[in-house]
Ligand binder design. Sequence first.
Ligand code: ZN
Length: 162
Amino acid sequence: MKIAIGRIVSLDYRLHLGDGDIIDESLPGDPFVYLHGSGQIVPGLERGLEGLSMGDARNLVVPPADGYGEYQADGLQEVPRTAFPRDVDPREGMQFEARSPKGETFPMTVKEVKRESIVVDLNHPLAGKTLHFDVKVLGVREATPAELSHGHAHGPKGGHEH
Ligand code: ZN
């Protein structure tokens, strides 16, 4: 069975930036499981996996536009210290989950701490980076109706139980 929209895929993966440093990887015996076509993974990775079968291994190189996006200079913003909760002591390099007015969460990195304000970077930490995914497909199966309606994988390795 090939990887296609509406199928559940399990894979071992390793993400690096081409310089040897590993950003993220699945642990042995604990594969990443996702619903293909649901936008759970970056578009370039999803496209690269399309059509692969169990046992296939690939080194997929994903440019920023198909990964976490280009780096946006206007993602750097200066916000007043009062915008942070009182019990938070922001320091350079710290990452926060910020919440938009619509309730979506997004990562935010502290770039500079000033006396009255904080410079934050709203770009994803991997924005502007070319992503290298070393992947091995461990399994492909049809999604259940419940998985399709929820838009994610279920089961012991799906990271989501009902
Ligand atoms: Zn669910």
